[in-house]
Design a protein around this ligand. Structure first.
Ligand code: SF4
Length: 172
């Protein structure tokens, strides 16, 4: 008997490894993993896929200062994000083609690479996806997978969104 779960959630690399965040950004109670999301996924027997971290893998820059989206928005960094998004989109397509389900993709709000809904710039809040997330979204939008942005200061809303996606899929 094969007892596997066929449900998946794709998470940003730093959700499971806060040390991959730029310097000075790990301000809240989560020092290593942002536990409530992982606990929820583990409790529900969901396969967790850790997406690559666009910023730390660009020039292998683990210990780095935070930079705004304007500085990241270069030809080289966009090409790097494009390659990573291509690889992740392939994984998602493989999962869906084989009859398994991707219940959600998670992002990190305010990240130049991984935000889903908004980022703060020196002109105030801008409504947009990050450079990696927009490329990933454009490749997999036909699958209509919910993309949930985590505000690390106030995680409740995105945690509730994830819970509701899991509950909805449990009944389908
Ligand atoms: S690029 Fe994405 S995965 Fe990497 S630290 Fe930023 S939000 Fe996390």
């Amino acid at each position: 008997m094969d007892n596997r779960s066929k449900d998946f959630v794709f998470v940003p690399f730093c959700l499971m490894a806060q040390a991959f965040q730029a310097q000075g950004l790990v301000k809240y109670e989560w020092k290593g993993t942002i536990k409530p999301f992982l606990e929820l996924l583990i409790e529900n027997e969901i396969n967790i896929v850790q997406m690559p971290c666009a910023e730390s893998t660009f020039k292998n820059n683990l210990v780095r200062q935070p930079m705004g989206i304007k500085k990241y928005d270069t030809k080289e960094f966009n090409a790097h994000c494009e390659q990573l998004a291509y690889d992740v989109a392939n994984q998602i397509e493989t999962i869906c083609r084989n009859g398994y389900r991707v219940l959600a993709i998670m992002g990190i709000e305010q990240s130049p690479s991984c935000c889903v809904n908004y980022i703060y710039t020196n002109k105030g809040m801008e409504k947009r996806m990050g450079l990696f997330m927009e490329k990933l979204y454009s490749k997999i939008k036909e699958y209509k997978i919910p993309i949930i942005g985590i505000n690390r200061k106030h995680i409740r809303k995105s945690l509730e969104e994830l819970k509701s996606v899991i509950e909805k899929n449990a009944n389908s």
